[in-house]
Design a protein around this ligand. Structure first.
Ligand SMILES: Cc1cc2nc3c(=O)[nH]c(=O)nc-3n(C[C@H](O)[C@H](O)[C@H](O)COP(=O)(O)OP(=O)(O)OC[C@H]3O[C@@H](n4cnc5c(N)ncnc54)[C@H](O)[C@@H]3O)c2cc1C
Length: 458
C-alpha cells in the first residue's frame, strides 16, 4: 500500500526531508505532499543580506524550485498554509490562497515550520519602510525600498548576526547606517569583551552603534512612511528600517496539537528527530530545540546547518534507513565587511549557567605569517574547564581567514579534547595561510598555561 508523507514547510528542513525520503522510496511506495505558505521552496535565507548587498541575485538563492521538486514526484502546494494538525486522526488541515480548506491524511508528518522573527509590538512597527529579512519576499521589499527616491539613512534594529550583516548590505548601498541594540555590545552570541571589538569594527566602517537602549516607536511622516526610530532616550532619523531582533521557534501549530515543547518554546524530538510520544510525527530545523553537547542543555539555535542535517536525518528515517542527530556544539560564523566573527561552544555566561568553572585566555595573532602581504590581526578567546582543561568554547574576531578557524575548535569540542591536547594538533602551516603557530594553537597554549597555573594556585 502506498503511504503518504505530509511535509509542513517547504524550505531547508522540509524539502531536505522530502528529497531524502524520495531518494529512498519510490512514488509507488511513498506519496509526498509538501505544504508551503510562501511562494518559494528550498531557498537560502542566509543569502538575503548578500543579495541585498549586491554580491548575488535573488534567483541564485533558490536551490530547488517547486517544479524541480515536482519533477521528483514531490507534490508541492504553494501558498497553502497548514492551520491544524490532528495527531489522533493523522491529518492536517490546510487553507489555500483562495481560502479553501481541506484535510489531508498522513502516514508520516514532518513539521518544518521554521522560526518566527521577533517583531516588537510598538507604535509604527507596521509602517511603510519597516522591513524584516526572513523570506525572499522580504529581500525583494528591502531592495525595492532602497530604490526609492531620497533613501539615505537606515536604522537597523538589533545587533545580532542578521543585524550586522544587514548593516554591511546597507553600507554598500551608500546609506548612513545606525545600528540600535538593547544589549551593551552588539553580537550577544559573543562575550561582551569580544562584542566590544565588533562594535569598534562597526564604528570603523562608519556605522553609528547605539547600544543599551530599547526602541519604543517607529515614527512616521504624513505620508505614513517611516521617518525615524525612537528609543527611550532619543530619535534616529530613518528612511528605511530593518529589523533583526531575533527569532523564536514557529510552533503555534504544534502547541495547538498538544505536541511536547521545551523551555525555549521549540518542539522536542528524540535523536532520530521524531517527536516523543508519537509514532509518525517528525520535526527539525528552526522549530525544534537541540542538545548542546558541551553544556548538556537544550537550546533553540536557528541555523541552516542544523536545519539541513535534520531534514536529511528525517528523510533517511522515513525512507527506511536509520540516522540520528547527536546535538550541536554551538558553532556560528558571520562577517561585517572584512571583519569576520566566529564562535563555538559556550560563552562565559553559558558556562556559568551550566555550573562549569573555567579559565579564559585571550590572544592576538595574525591571519598569515606577520611578514606575508595582507597579514591581519585576529583575536582568539578560549574557555577551558578549571581542573580538567577541557575545551569549553572559542570566539574569534579578525580579518579574512579568521572565522573558519573556529572549525578546528568545533572538532576539538566534539571530540571532548582538552586545551593541552589541542596544542599538539598537527595543523597545516605555510606563511600565506598562518603564522607557524596557528592563532588557535597559541590560544590553546595560553589556556593550557592558565589551567596549570590555576591548579598550582588551588
Ligand atoms: C537573513 C538570514 C540570514 C541567515 N544566515 C544564516 C547563516 O549565515 N548561517 C546559518 O547557518 N543560518 C543562517 N540563517 C538561518 C537559516 O536560514 C535557517 O536556520 C534555516 O532556513 C531554517 O530552515 P527551516 O527549514 O527550519 O525553516 P525555514 O527556512 O524558516 O522554513 C520554514 C518554511 O515553513 C513555511 N511555513 C511555516 N509555517 C507554515 C505553515 N503553517 N504552513 C505552510 N508553510 C509554513 C515558511 O513559509 C518557510 O518557508 C539565516 C536566516 C536569515 C533570516
Amino acid at each position: 500500500m502506498t503511504e503518504r508523507l505530509v511535509v509542513i514547510g517547504g524550505d531547508a528542513t522540509g524539502m531536505s526531508a522530502a528529497s531524502q525520503a524520495r531518494r529512498r522510496r519510490s512514488a509507488d511506495e511513498l506519496e509526498i505532499v509538501a505544504f508551503e505558505r510562501g511562494r518559494h521552496t528550498s531557498y537560502s535565507a542566509c543569502g538575503i543580506p548578500y543579495w541585498i548587498g549586491g554580491d548575488t541575485t535573488g534567483d541564485a538563492l533558490i536551490a530547488r524550485t517547486p517544479d524541480e521538486h515536482r519533477a521528483h514526484d514531490i507534490d508541492v502546494r504553494l501558498a497553502t498554509e497548514a492551520i491544524e494538525v490532528d495527531p489522533a486522526a493523522g491529518r492536517v488541515r490546510t487553507r489555500d490562497a483562495d481560502g479553501r480548506e481541506e484535510w489531508t491524511g498522513y502516514d508520516h508528518l514532518v513539521i518544518a515550520t521554521g522560526a518566527v522573527p521577533v517583531r516588537p509590538s510598538i507604535p509604527g512597527i507596521d509602517a511603510d519602510g519597516v522591513h524584516g529579512v526572513q523570506t525572499l519576499d522580504d529581500g525583494e521589499a528591502v531592495l525595492h525600498g532602497l530604490g526609492g527616491a531620497g533613501v539615505r539613512r537606515a536604522v537597523v534594529v538589533g545587533g545580532g548576526y542578521i543585524g550586522v550583516e544587514m548593516a554591511e548590505a546597507l553600507l554598500r548601498h551608500g546609506l548612513d547606517v545606525t545600528l540600535v541594540d538593547r544589549a551593551e555590545q552588539p553580537m550577544t552570541t559573543l562575550d561582551p569583551d569580544m562584542g566590544r571589538l565588533v562594535r569598534v569594527a562597526l564604528e570603523g566602517l562608519g556605522v553609528r552603534v547605539v547600544s543599551g537602549v530599547t526602541v519604543s516607536a517607529v515614527l512616521t511622516g504624513d505620508d505614513g512612511r517611516v521617518r525615524a526610530v525612537a528609543t527611550d532616550e532619543d530619535e534616529y532619523p530613518a528612511d528605511i528600517v530593518v529589523l533583526g531582533i531575533g527569532v523564536r521557534p514557529g510552533t503555534e501549530l504544534a502547541r495547538a496539537a498538544g505536541l511536547p515543547l521545551g523551555a525555549h518554546g521549540g518542539l522536542l524530538t528524540d535523536r532520530a528527530m521524531r517527536v516523543p510520544g508519537t509514532e509518525r510525527i517528525w520535526a527539525g530545523g528552526d522549530c525544534v530545540e537541540v542538545l548542546n553537547l558541551v553544556s548538556g542543555a537544550l537550546q533553540h539555535i536557528a541555523l541552516g546547518t542544523h536545519a539541513n542535517k535534520h531534514g536529511r536525518i528525517i528523510g533517511t528515517n522515513i525512507g527506511g534507513g536509520y540516522a540520528t542527530f547527536p546535538g550541536v556544539v554551538g558553532t556560528a560564523v558571520s562577517k561585517v565587511c572584512d571583519v569576520e566573527l566566529a564562535r563555538t561552544g559556550l560563552l562565559e555566561a553559558q558556562a556559568r549557567a551550566a555550573g562549569l568553572e573555567f579559565v579564559t585566555a585571550v590572544i592576538e595573532s595574525t591571519t598569515r605569517a606577520g611578514y606575508y602581504p595582507d597579514a591581519a590581526t585576529m583575536t582568539v578567546k578560549m574557555l577551558a574547564e578549571r581542573g580538567t582543561g577541557r575545551l569549553l568554547g572559542v570566539q574569534i574576531i579578525g580579518r579574512e581567514g579568521a572565522a573558519k578557524r573556529v572549525d578546528i575548535a568545533a572538532v576539538a569540542l566534539t571530540a571532548g579534547m582538552t586545551v593541552g591536547q589541542m596544542v599538539d594538533l598537527d595543523l597545516g602551516y605555510a606563511p600565506p595561510f598562518s603564522p607557524v603557530w596557528d592563532p588557535v594553537l597559541v590560544a590553546a597554549r595560553k589556556a593550557a598555561d592558565a589551567v596549570a597555573a590555576d591548579i598550582r594556585k588551588s
